[in-house]
Write a protein that binds this ligand. Structure first.
Ligand SMILES: NC(=O)c1ccc[n+]([C@@H]2O[C@H](COP(=O)([O-])OP(=O)(O)OC[C@H]3O[C@@H](n4cnc5c(N)ncnc54)[C@H](O)[C@@H]3O)[C@@H](O)[C@H]2O)c1
Length: 251
């Protein structure tokens, strides 16, 4: 049984991870959440400094604001860490890279294997269709804080070239689209768990690649797989590319 310390344990994603851990031969030994709630089958602490249980790996679905305390704990206890929160800034990313010199750190703005396939195909399509205009559209529920989504930024990165000019929405623009532009657009409403579309618009044809999450369990399952993958890995930064490569190598 893989023993997990779950950060953001009382949030929407934290609860999903807790509900599905058993399916992936894992057990949540404790949780950390700035707003701990009763009802979990494991103790939930308001800060890492109070955790007493021993774990094999940390899984984090909290917020970037908690990164400092989380990495401090992970480094002190030499714990592999899966970072699934989104919205990290440049200084967060530097702190993650520094920590990864000492412990294995897995990070992905989208833990779904389906989205990983979308990203791989979008990257290939961008290479094969260099003259097509690319536009990315994402849709999420009305509680989401960050926009555009971390996944949209990940897709933007996958289809960008050296001259790409990202354009986030076109409000107020009074000029024609430049060839090197990639538009990124965010829709917010209702309870949509997450939809992403990468459109390639050519002279007389359109190719659309899309992924639709039907519920949040796909992210939780991916994070649990990532946690298992990290067991026994050397220090370093790992991503869905590494998890997918390990899965293909096993087949
Ligand atoms: N990587 C992925 O595949 C993926 C998928 C879905 C959501 N997310 C990201 O995961 C994060 C959580 O999403 P959610 O929908 O569960 O949000 P949520 O608001 O429902 O849950 C976040 C939880 O974290 C807690 N929290 C906030 N700051 C904290 C801190 N400093 N330390 C510990 N706990 C803290 C909150 O009290 C809350 O219970 C977001 O960043 C979201 O964008 C990532």
């Amino acid at each position: 049984m893989l023993r997990i310390l779950l950060s953001g344990a009382c949030g929407r994603m934290g609860r999903q991870v807790a509900a599905l851990a058993g399916d992936e031969q894992a057990q949540i030994v404790a949780g950390v959440d700035v707003h701990p709630e009763n009802g979990a089958a494991f103790p939930v602490y308001p800060s890492f400094s109070l955790v007493e249980e021993e774990a094999d790996v940390i899984v984090d679905f909290s917020r970037p604001e908690g990164l400092g305390a989380l990495l401090q704990y992970a480094l002190a206890h030499r714990l592999p860490t899966v970072l699934a929160a989104t919205g990290y800034n440049e200084s967060d990313l530097r702190a993650i890279a520094d920590a990864a010199k000492e412990i294995p750190v897995f990070r992905s703005a989208n833990m779904s294997l389906g989205v990983h396939v979308l990203r791989t195909l979008a990257r290939q399509a961008a290479r094969l269709l260099p003259d097509f205009d690319i536009e990315i559209v994402e849709k999420h529920h009305n509680q989401k804080l960050d926009a555009p989504s971390g996944t949209a930024l990940m897709l933007l990165d996958a289809v960008s070239g050296p001259d790409t000019l990202p354009v986030f929405g076109r409000n107020g623009r009074t000029q024609k689209r430049e060839k090197r532009e990639i538009g990124v657009h965010a829709v917010r409403g209702g309870t949509v768990p997450g939809e992403h579309e990468v459109g390639f618009y050519g002279p007389a044809e359109v190719v659309t690649l899309s992924h639709s999450a039907q519920d949040r369990s796909i992210f939780a399952r991916g994070a649990l797989r990532a946690a298992r993958f990290l067991e026994g890995q050397a220090p370093g930064e790992y991503s869905m590319d590494d998890l997918a490569a390990a899965m293909i190598a096993k087949k």
